[in-house]
Design a protein around this ligand. Sequence first.
Ligand SMILES: *[C@@H]1O[C@H](CO)[C@@H](O)[C@H](O)[C@H]1NC(C)=O
Ligand SMILES: *[C@@H]1O[C@H](CO)[C@@H](O)[C@H](O)[C@H]1NC(C)=O
Length: 405
Amino acid sequence: MKPFDFAYVVSEPKNNRPWLCSLFIVASLICGAYFIRSAFITKEYKDRLSSWEVINMLQNSKSDTCQIQCRPPGSEALPQGIVVKTSNLKMQPLWQDSVKNANPETSSNLLVLAVGIKQKEIVDQIVKKFPARDFVVMLFHYDGIVDEWRDFEWSDRAIHVSAVNQTKWWFAKRFLHPDIVAQYKYIFLWDEDLGVDNFDPMQYLSIVEDEGLEISQPALDPVKSEVHHQITARRRNSRVHRRIYKFKGSGRCDGRSTAPPCIGWVEMMAPVFSRAAWRCVWYMIQNDLIHAWGLDMQLGYCAQGDRMKNVGVVDAQYVVHFGLPTLGVTDENEVKSTELNTRKEHSTKSESPAPSESHQVNNRPEVRRQSFIEMQMFRKRWENAAKEDKCWVDPYQQSANKSTH
Ligand SMILES: *[C@@H]1O[C@H](CO)[C@@H](O)[C@H](O)[C@H]1NC(C)=O
Ligand SMILES: *[C@@H]1O[C@H](CO)[C@@H](O)[C@H](O)[C@H]1NC(C)=O
């Protein structure tokens, strides 16, 4: 407590006068003790600058007990109790009772969709499936159109982020920092071209929790969907699957396989991340590699344990992947009215839709080429990072040389 008293005296220099007066009155026996102290005070009084030194001194004297405290960089100048490390996406009223019956509970999960106005109806169906009580909705508008969503009753409670021609991963890196979304237990980071007739988010989450899946996706209806990877295809009479078997062709998968794409893998069109997994994945997303190709193969590193257990595909709750041309295609003819027809049409075949509209400008080939380039870059970066980090141990290296690929 002594250092604290001392600081108090320094900051209240008026106190010095009675102290100095009493110096002449009291007996020399007591005087000696006072003398040492007042000399110190007088010196401080003359030299105000050195009060910072005192503060440093005080902090040093506390440092034994305080060094253990872990403070976010930049917050060291603040008392710890005032430091708020995380935030959320809850909208706050301008004053306390301005919103009567405002939902007192804060939603515990997050639904994030990258959207264009052409998929308006499908997006509406997706959002309506997610109960407002349990989900905050965030839309990333890649076509810059925001106002045309206003006629949906849920539009005003959604967070709208708009940036023209940007990808889901570009948005995610910038607007889903783990400290901002720390409150949400699960994050659905979905594309817009998904049919949710056979999907119930709450059922899905109860399965995911029960199975301990940190990274997951709903299975794709193999009849109605565009399926790129066999592991995403739904299995009948199954709740969840984590691996596939493939005995023909290249890239075989059997019971001994330990790595993607045989096991521990989800695709990027409809991933669901636990809070902890997202905190890791966010760091893995590269600021400049906006198509994020190759990321899916490495997601298992963020599985909070063994990817063979904690990554899986939920069969019991499944979706249809329409595989609609979205970002990268501009269409002069508004297809709003025909999109539901398109949707049905695609329900019956699994081929990528051939854009037949005459006024369509298709930049998909360029986008694909760029995606491949980025994938190479990402692989290279990972390789280099793994090589250069002497402290990092690859948990999957052992399994890598046992694997069949
Ligand atoms: C967005 O991309 C389209 C091509 O898909 C292009 O025609 C348009 O000019 C781009 N807009 C901006 C603002 O870059
Ligand atoms: C294969 O695994 C063994 C341990 O089982 C390890 O010592 C070896 O370095 C690994 N080889 C490669 C090429 O990763």
